[in-house]
Design a binder for this molecule. Structure first.
Ligand SMILES: [Zn+2]
Ligand SMILES: [Zn+2]
Length: 173
């Protein structure tokens, strides 16, 4: 399997590196990085000040060349009635998206002893593993340590690991 990372907007080199490393280590896949794409202006909702997540999945699917394509963006995303999302994927789809916008938020989970860049890097890895997991058919997992656990806040992201639990692993491999 090859996963193509599609940067949408100004994505830092560190973010691309962490996303690649996370995907390689968990899925043992090849990872490529596509050319940077401009943010789809028609996906912007002025009243919310946020972008519609589905448009980023469409863009990744169109531009990305891999078996799977994941858009990574610093922009703030929403989906339907949810105030924000860290990412979005369709089950068994080819494309998905991760937004780093709210992953910068400081956690109140007692992880303040670690440097902010390290905490951020871990979150990026966990969220890309999570969204690609959905594209491989994984649904949300009850195990709060598993990368497929539904984690709507950074606190919950910080509590889980970047790895898949045994049950999720057996489903994918
Ligand atoms: Zn999910
Ligand atoms: Zn799991």
């Amino acid at each position: 399997m090859r996963v193509d990372i599609v940067p949408v907007g100004d994505v830092s080199a560190a973010t691309k590196r962490e996303a690649s490393a996370g995907l390689r280590s968990i899925y043992e896949c090849e990872v490529s990085v596509a050319a940077e794409q401009s943010v789809p202006a028609d996906a912007y909702d002025e009243s919310r000040g946020q972008y519609r997540a589905e448009a980023f999945i469409d863009l990744a699917t169109r531009v990305g060349s891999g078996d799977k394509a994941i858009a990574v963006t610093p922009e703030d995303l929403y989906y339907r009635r949810r105030n924000y999302v860290f990412g979005l994927a369709y089950l068994d789809g080819r494309g998905c998206v991760v937004s780093t916008y709210r992953l910068q938020t400081s956690s109140d989970g007692g992880f303040s002893a670690r440097p902010a860049e390290d905490v951020f890097a871990d979150r990026v890895r966990k969220e890309v593993v999570h969204e690609i997991g959905h594209t491989l058919g994984l649904e949300h997992c009850e195990n709060n340590r598993c990368a497929m656990n539904f984690s709507p806040t950074v606190r919950e992201v910080d509590l889980k690991e970047e790895t898949l639990c045994g049950t999720c692993q057996r489903t994918v491999f």
